[in-house]
Design a protein around this ligand. Sequence first.
Ligand SMILES: NC(=O)c1ccc[n+]([C@@H]2O[C@H](COP(=O)([O-])OP(=O)(O)OC[C@H]3O[C@@H](n4cnc5c(N)ncnc54)[C@H](O)[C@@H]3O)[C@@H](O)[C@H]2O)c1
Length: 206
Amino acid sequence: MKVLVTGGAGFIGSHIVDRLIVEGHQAVVVDNLSTGKKKNINRNANFYKLDILSPKLEKIIKKEKPDVISHHAAQIDVRRSVADPIFDAQVNILALIQLLEYGVKYGTKHIVFASSGGAVYGEQTEFPAPESHGTFPVSPYGITKLTGEKYLFYYRQNSGLDYTCLRYANVYGPRQDPFGEAGVVAIFTEKMLRNEPVKKCSGMSR
Ligand SMILES: NC(=O)c1ccc[n+]([C@@H]2O[C@H](COP(=O)([O-])OP(=O)(O)OC[C@H]3O[C@@H](n4cnc5c(N)ncnc54)[C@H](O)[C@@H]3O)[C@@H](O)[C@H]2O)c1
């Protein structure tokens, strides 16, 4: 199977690429390296340095014809989504719609979408949140992730493009940037290793 991983140079996406290759699949990475790193990209993957907002994305999907698109590229910064909701929506909604259009056009069968368990529910009334929990996101980032889920539902109904949404919540592990704006576990761990106090700020969870 051929899988195109957007954001495949990032923390989560690069692990997905590694696993795909171990399992004998072909992996294609599209990433603009805005937060991702070239050294994270598995050398057996076919890498395109490209912004997912670029019209050149169509050429890549037309050429590669992936069976599955694992969509992990995103504007990931909750605080930036508040400061610049238009940019957030461009990357997280418009680029997704474009990707879905190309997927339908060039025969992709399944989309895996990185949604957010930390952001789509808003202020939780139940802990841990079951999937049936109400969704009242309180940031533009949370709204764009939830909107992405709705578009995937729409595309499945109308074009038969199947999908899986993963509502990640505070994923942590190797290759995560402990100096980023989010990733509460990595940030706290880094501070504790330096014997610094830990304090949670809004935006650390996504
Ligand atoms: N880490 C978490 O706890 C968590 C929680 C919920 C959801 N998510 C979602 O999982 C996905 C991966 O997150 P991550 O933690 O690995 O972040 P990350 O920053 O390590 O990975 C994102 C990747 O996308 C790339 N990218 C960003 N904008 C792009 C663009 N316009 N065009 C092409 N590439 C672009 C970056 O360069 C980076 O390699 C994101 O969609 C994020 O919203 C992560």
